[in-house]
Design a protein around this ligand. Sequence first.
Ligand SMILES: *Cc1c(COP(=O)(O)O)cnc(C)c1O
Length: 366
Amino acid sequence: MKDKIPFVDLKSNYLSIKEEIDKSIQEVISKTAFIGGSNNPFVNKFENDFEAYLGTGNVVSCANGTDAIEIGLQALGIGIGDEVLVPALTWISTAEAVVNIGAEPVFVDINTTDNGIDADLLAEKITNKTKAIIAVHLYGTPANIEAIQKTCKAHNLYFIEDCAQAHGALYNNQKVGTFGDVATFSFYPGKNLGAFGDAGVIVCKSNKVTTIARQIANHGQEVKHNHLRIGRNSRMDGIQAAVLSIKLKYIDQWNKARIDNANYYNELINEDYQKPIFDKHLKSVYHLYVIKTDQRDKVLQALAENNIATGIHYPQALSEMNIFKNKTTCLVANKTCESIISLPIYPELEQSIIAEIVSVLNGINK
Ligand SMILES: *Cc1c(COP(=O)(O)O)cnc(C)c1O
């Protein structure tokens, strides 16, 4: 059997910058700068580096992308009794975070183009308990930011961006993460910008929210032993920050490789499949390359037989899960869950492999 084509290849990504990475990790160890907080030079540096990358906003580091959403919501004053609109199709964290801070996620169906929350359905879901809308830039493609922002303004709601899959994505030439009152990023190893463990940041527009978020992430402390609120332990550690500062230098290059790979797939894949092709005002960074087909089982089987790894992001809409109180039927999300297939799209993926994958796809007798 031929070698498996993997879904991601974190090893070759590491090897491409091994020397720099190894040196920076050694430096953290030499300085025993293990835990984040107000005076870890590596964590401070990464916060500044990521702020410079975004160009605007205040970056507060934390332990992971799920915590980032929770802390961001709390820093905005959202909690028990409040409702937050959330897209029906996303990774569970987006809604889980809302529940964990005592609020209720209200699911809104998605649209079929950017696969994000459907801006036309927002108004009908808003009640006097609604405090915020979370947009997820799913698969690395910006959601309909302009329309969502307009609704937030009209109803006096906070706008939150979950950018866990979209480091460097552009909406009207502006980076995602710079639009929301709060934006959150995950640096889980498999994301476009990935650490060597868990890490995340909250990006805050206002200084007040920044200060509160920073306190919440570090036991409510303003300075050591001065606890101003009940917070938690959600710190980025020094090794993750050091790794991220190195990898941030390459993110644009790696995103470009993903985009080139996506364009190559788009060129080769035949019209039996719905391909991810977006309007020019959206620059996707293709965290995932997702095609749609109404013959998914057959296609998945053929890919598996040819030893090609695939994923489904995600097999079930959050709006269908029994764990959420506000279960509801979102038809577009449900149909999407049944038709999507994620193909390998990592930056190091070679075009010859893409051609191999597509020859299997295009050869399926449907
Ligand atoms: C990965 C992800 C998160 C959570 O990030 P973690 O760092 O794994 O906690 C949140 N939202 C979305 C859309 C994600 O893909």
